[in-house]
Every structure is written in structure tokens, then in C-alpha cells.
Design a protein. Structure first.
Length: 172
């Protein structure tokens, strides 16, 4: 009978150990999820929506409706890799030229030329879409996005977009 009690005690102890291991694992998983959640909403991480709104406000104050700037796209898309000088008048693109050849961008392609508000909209759309990765730098004086890099999906190849805006000159 003593051996039956010993095996029952051993089975009970084994069951207790297995339950304890499960609880410890569950605590570690819960702790990991909690830490991951903290990282997603960390107060030390930049609030990209607030940065966007601050930059829009700086552009509204310092920028204008008429300006010229250089835009370069990095993507698997039309006009990728070409530096393009864009002229905007009264908020609308009126012309553009390829800076490598000094050729004028043909009228049908002007729809692909972005104004500064369009650049802000690309960022807002990326934030709304909760893209896999978004990195943005803003001009400290005018507030326009000087560089943005978007990876729309971490599991999709060649969906990335990079835009670099430079040499902005506001026209009176």
C-alpha cells in the first residue's frame, strides 16, 4: 500500500509541476505581450501624427502657394530614380523638368508631380493605412517633408516608396 501512496504522491507532484510550468510560461507570455504593447504606444517613440500636423502648420505659416523644388522617387514605379524640378503656382503644378537631361516633363505625366500638400497627404494616408514602416524627416524651416520612406507591407516585395524633396524655393 505504501508503494501505491508513493506513486499517487509522485503523480500528484508531477501534475503540480506541470501546472506550475504552464503558469510560469503563461506569465512569461503575458509579460512579453505587455512589453510589446508598451513598445507600440511608448511615450518616448515619436508621435508621427502630431509631427505631421506640426509640419503642416509650419508649412502653412512659412510656405506658400507658389514655389519650386526638386523631387526624387525611389520605388518600382514610373519616374523612379529621376530628379525632377517641379514648379507650383497657386497650389497647382504648372511644369516640371528632368534635371539630368533638362527635358520638360510631358503634360500627361504632370499628374504624377506632387505638391507639398500632396506629400503631406501621402504621409497621412500611410498613417491611416497602418503601414509596416514609415520614416519621415521634415525641413526645419518650412516644414515640408524632406524625406519619407514607406514600406506598405513587411511581407510584400517591391512595395516600398521613398520620396526626397529638396532645394525648395518659395516664390512671392
Amino acid at each position: 500500500m505504501a508503494s501505491g501512496t508513493a506513486s499517487a504522491a509522485s503523480a500528484s507532484s508531477s501534475s503540480f509541476s506541470a501546472n506550475r510550468v504552464k503558469r510560469v510560461r503563461l506569465h512569461w507570455v503575458a509579460a512579453g505581450l505587455w512589453l510589446a504593447a508598451l513598445g507600440c504606444g511608448s511615450p518616448t517613440a515619436p508621435d508621427q501624427r502630431a509631427e505631421l500636423e506640426q509640419a503642416r502648420a509650419r508649412w502653412a505659416k512659412q510656405g506658400g502657394l507658389s514655389y519650386s523644388y526638386v523631387l526624387e522617387r525611389g520605388c518600382f514605379c514610373l519616374l523612379a530614380g529621376r530628379r525632377i524640378g517641379i514648379t507650383v503656382e497657386n497650389g497647382a503644378v504648372i511644369g516640371a523638368e528632368y534635371l539630368d537631361s533638362r527635358d520638360t516633363v510631358k503634360q500627361p505625366l504632370l499628374v504624377y508631380m506632387l505638391t507639398v500638400p500632396d506629400l503631406f497627404d501621402v504621409i497621412a494616408d500611410a498613417l491611416d493605412a497602418r503601414v509596416a514602416s514609415l520614416s519621415v524627416s521634415y525641413d526645419p524651416i518650412y516644414g515640408y517633408p524632406s524625406h519619407l520612406a514607406i514600406d506598405y507591407s513587411a511581407t510584400t516585395a517591391d512595395d516600398e516608396l521613398a520620396l526626397t524633396a529638396s532645394t525648395l524655393v518659395v516664390h512671392p
